[in-house]
Design a protein around this ligand. Sequence first.
Ligand code: HEM
Ligand SMILES: *[C@@H]1O[C@H](CO)[C@@H](O)[C@H](O)[C@H]1NC(C)=O
Ligand SMILES: *[C@@H]1O[C@H](CO)[C@@H](O)[C@H](O)[C@H]1NC(C)=O
Ligand SMILES: *[C@@H]1O[C@H](CO)[C@@H](O)[C@H](O)[C@H]1NC(C)=O
Ligand SMILES: CC(=O)N[C@H]1CO[C@H](CO)[C@@H](O)[C@@H]1O
Length: 353
Amino acid sequence: MSKLLALVTLLAFLAGHVAAQQEGPYVCFNGWLRLPTLNPQLCRSRPRIQPRRLNPRGEGLSYGYYNNNSTYCPSAERIIKDAVTKAVTAYPGIGAGLIRLFFHDCFVRGCDASVLLTTTATGNRDVEREGPPNKDSLRGFEVIDEAKAAIEKACPGVVSCADVVAYAARDASSVLSNGRINIRMAGGRLDGRESFANETDQLPGPFSNLTQLEESFYNQGLSSDEMVTLSGAHTIGRGRCNLFSDRFGDMDPALAAKLRAQCSDSNNFVNQDDVTPNALDKQYYRNVIDKKVLFNSDAVLSSVAEVTENANSATIWERKFEQAMENMGKIGVKTRATGDQDVEIRRVCSRVN
Ligand code: HEM
Ligand SMILES: *[C@@H]1O[C@H](CO)[C@@H](O)[C@H](O)[C@H]1NC(C)=O
Ligand SMILES: *[C@@H]1O[C@H](CO)[C@@H](O)[C@H](O)[C@H]1NC(C)=O
Ligand SMILES: *[C@@H]1O[C@H](CO)[C@@H](O)[C@H](O)[C@H]1NC(C)=O
Ligand SMILES: CC(=O)N[C@H]1CO[C@H](CO)[C@@H](O)[C@@H]1O
């Protein structure tokens, strides 16, 4: 009976997205849809586009970028840190939101704050925020906006929204790990002026298998180990029931029973880590081993050796997480050094200048 219910819910969920899917010729939100049988008419795979590894080493980024005289705004990092600390202390879920915002920004068009736009230079409103992985799911925008507004008062037109997102993810990681995770985040990103919902199909989804996860990170210039390391962020924040309600049978029975009860409405959210829900810690890896994770994309990691290693050593995972977050912040960045066209320092993060 409940299996039937789950199936009906799933099909209803699919129906919503299948319609959107037919619009673009090549778009297929593979990992975000669990198509009962993969229908090639609905879901033609993208032609193997060249992975956007335009600037893999983050050319043009530097530490303390806004302490430099040509881009001087020495209060910027402090303003962001204060805004993030205040918001995350009051409501830890916002910290999870900020860390995920950074990931979703960097994986689509590089870390250029394209995820924040509600309307673009070409007047497009079908922006990344409207894409299936983001809509009604991303959070933390108001913290970015608050920090940016304060920075604009202190030094107008100097600090990019892309850097605000990156620093906010760093600071949220520090707060949620109780100071154990300290990412050396470089600055110097410029903001993009375009954003498209269909490009969010670059993001791996909860139904992705191991090959698909590895491939999506590889396409961004990140290794399989970095994929496993960064997945550890699922030790905080929330997940929506309809993205895992087909998996109760594969979970730890006690947790499955608890989640079933919390999932009376398939649109409900539950904690990703039932053990230490608001701590950015290595508990995620223990949960993978114990079948206490929500998504298929988490469960498939159980075959990976690094999971055991991370589960057994906080410092090993914490140092790798710091490095991998820094590397994620280099994906496809546009900087003063790269000579990209159509970039700017946005005044308001949700719209182009
Ligand atoms: C490996 C592939 C990944 C997949 C398939 C994936 C998928 C998901 C899904 C489905 C959710 C729940 C969203 C919702 O129900 O609204 C989620 C939440 C989250 N993800 Fe991931 N994710 C991945 C990697 C990452 C990475 C690399 C990070 C950051 C380093 C990250 C950070 C988070 C956080 C913090 C949340 C909770 C957000 C909140 O509570 O607002 N994820 N992810
Ligand atoms: C994505 O959407 C944009 C604008 O809506 C469109 O021009 C583009 O062709 C689409 N891309 C794909 C791959 O469908
Ligand atoms: C400071 O700016 C100069 C000139 O743009 C640049 O060459 C230098 O690398 C910058 N230093 C830092 C730390 O950003
Ligand atoms: C992962 O999914 C892809 C696409 O559906 C499929 O071709 C592949 O065989 C799957 N790999 C594994 C290991 O299940
Ligand atoms: C790094 C650097 O050159 N800093 C200088 C920037 O400008 C201020 C005031 O103009 C100087 O005090 C700093 O030494």
